[in-house]
Design a protein around this ligand. Structure first.
Ligand code: C2O
Ligand code: CU
Ligand code: CU
Length: 523
């Protein structure tokens, strides 16, 4: 079943795992379990690994979400009378936009300051977090394709940081990684300046000790609109995160064995920064666009929408050539989905997170935890068909001219006893590959070990051509793809943006522990 390498690693991984987590026994002393006693306030979804389950993603979720907290974002624009739909909304609901200081039409200039802040995520729960501009999640950056974006960044944190613009095909010196810029020291500033090339739902986050800095709150959404965006009655954005808390503290990082192995799973789900059910309002007949982002350290979210018609219209690389429908959405860390929601009925529409948990008999079961609930008011109106623009993604037709392989594995070693490797190397100085600009490369991503790896390539897009099934249902352009344990995924990457680009696992602990390299694309 496994080859030798995979098997020996499997032993290293799982013998220690079983020791550390065997049936969850040891975990009963963990902070995670203390939180279970908060049931009724939070969504407790602790990272109790199940023995014999290599994905190790079986959370406990006994705590029912407190539906008492309301987080209506307002701005629903539904003040019109019955039978009348609100005018098309141009604004994204779900985050406060960053202020554009430049009056020019085609320039967006914002100030971002990374700063420590006490953030009340829910009634009675205040955390010492890292924030952009004191907000969690960070301010929404909005621009149109072709705009110049200027970000005046100041670091007020007690440690160095950078900002990386996840998914944007911009010049590499603006990519915000320590490989292309000296991290911004405490008290210092850096001006990021670039032209945004294409439309889509992107996000930003630091690229220094990101397992801690992102977990503590540093991320925000970056929306770029094209010329032919479809018009919706409302546009909403959801960041679906999880954080690990011990009381109101972030427990120490990179200490527990499951965290080194699977990444840091949280015990609380946060939607737009809130552990409470988001209560929203809409009208029957409305059609909305939801942008979904997973900024968690490690947890792949499995999402479902209940009570409304929906279809996927966009992925990491923007709108799809062909929208599709699906029962559930798998959203690994780093990825994005744009979905269209049609309110055909006056009902409570739910965005659910399907988490694995244990029932009273200790069996693993999947449980739907509502993250947001839209109260749809009756109007008797049926939603219109939203005209989607014709999307032509010429990249998708390109044939590969070169084939490469990246093997993802682990070994003993390093400061924490385990290192995660790409082609046998942990955090190598040397690039994995040197390519030429314009090359189309088929890359086999082979995960030789048990834990899954959401593989991310900076500054380029790719498509998934093989995911173990004959026909992949993962259309569109991606910058991140989930590679499950002991599986090969094939991608075709369009290397059209010259420079020095990171290629890494987006489980931030894996990246910190070595699974972080780069490719170089020559002029
Ligand atoms: Cu989300 Cu290296 O990035
Ligand atoms: Cu990135
Ligand atoms: Cu990984």
């Amino acid at each position: 079943m496994h080859n030798m390498n995979a098997k020996s690693l499997f032993l290293i991984v799982c013998s220690t795992l079983l020791f550390a987590c065997g049936g969850g026994q040891e975990d009963h002393n963990d902070p995670v379990v203390l939180l279970e006693q908060d049931a009724g306030v939070q969504t407790d979804a602790s990272s109790t690994d199940s023995s014999g389950d290599d994905n190790g993603t079986a959370p406990d979720a006994d705590g029912q979400r407190d539906t008492g907290g309301t987080s209506d974002g307002g701005g629903d624009g539904d003040t019109s009378g019955a039978g009348q739909l609100p005018p098309p909304a141009q604004q994204v609901w779900g985050a406060a936009p960053a202020e554009d200081k430049d009056p020019a039409e085609d320039v967006v200039e914002v100030d971002l300051e990374a700063v420590e802040k006490k953030v009340t995520i829910s009634e009675g729960r205040t955390l010492d977090m890292y924030t952009y501009n004191g907000e969690f999640p960070g301010p929404l950056i909005e621009a149109d394709v072709g705009d110049k974006v200027v970000v005046n960044f100041t670091n007020k944190l007690p440690e160095p940081t950078t900002i990386h613009w996840h998914g944007l095909r911009i010049p590499d010196e603006m990519d915000g990684t320590p490989r292309v810029q000296a991290p911004v020291k405490p008290g210092e500033s850096f001006k990021y300046e670039f032209t945004v090339p294409e439309a889509g739902s992107f996000w930003y986050h630091p690229h220094v000790r990101s397992n801690e800095q992102v977990e503590k709150g540093l991320y925000g959404l970056f929306v770029i609109r094209g010329e032919n965006e479809p018009t919706y009655d409302q546009e909403r954005y959801f960041t679906i995160d999880d954080i690990l808390l011990d009381g109101d503290q972030f427990p120490p990082f990179l200490r527990r064995h499951p965290e080194l192995m699977h990444g840091r799973y949280g015990n609380i789900l946060l939607t737009n920064g809130s552990p409470d059910l988001l209560k929203l309002a809409a009208k029957q007949g409305q059609v909305e666009r939801w942008r979904l982002v997973n900024p968690a350290n490690a947890r792949t979210m499995k999402l479902a929408i209940e009570g409304a018609e929906w279809r996927v219209i966009g992925t990491d690389g923007g709108l799809l050539e062909k929208p599709f429908t699906t029962e559930t959405l798998e959203l690994p860390v780093g990825q994005r989905y744009d979905v269209e929601i049609r309110y055909t009925e006056a009902t409570a529409v739910k965005l659910n997170s399907l988490v694995r948990t244990r029932d009273n008999n200790g069996n693993i079961v999947e449980k739907a935890i509502p993250l947001a609930e839209v109260d749809v008011e009756q109007t008797g109106i049926q939603p219109r068909q939203v005209e989607l623009p014709t999307v032509d993604i010429p990249e998708l037709d390109r044939k590969p001219t070169r084939t490469e392989k990246i093997t993802m594995n682990a070994r003993r070693g390093g400061d924490h006893g385990i290192q995660w490797t790409l082609n046998g190397k942990a955090n190598p100085e040397e690039p994995l590959f040197n390519f030429k600009n314009g090359e189309t490369v088929k890359i086999a991503l082979y995960n030789a070990a048990g834990p899954e790896h959401p593989f991310h390539l900076h500054g380029q897009f790719f498509k998934v051509v093989f995911d173990g099934r004959e026909i992949t249902d993962r259309p569109g352009l991606r910058d991140t793809v989930l590679v499950p344990g002991r599986t090969t995924i094939e991608i075709i990457a369009y290397l059209d943006n010259p420079g020095q680009w990171m290629a890494h696992c987006h489980i931030l602990e894996h990246a910190e522990l070595g699974m972080m390299s780069e490719i170089v694309i020559g002029e």
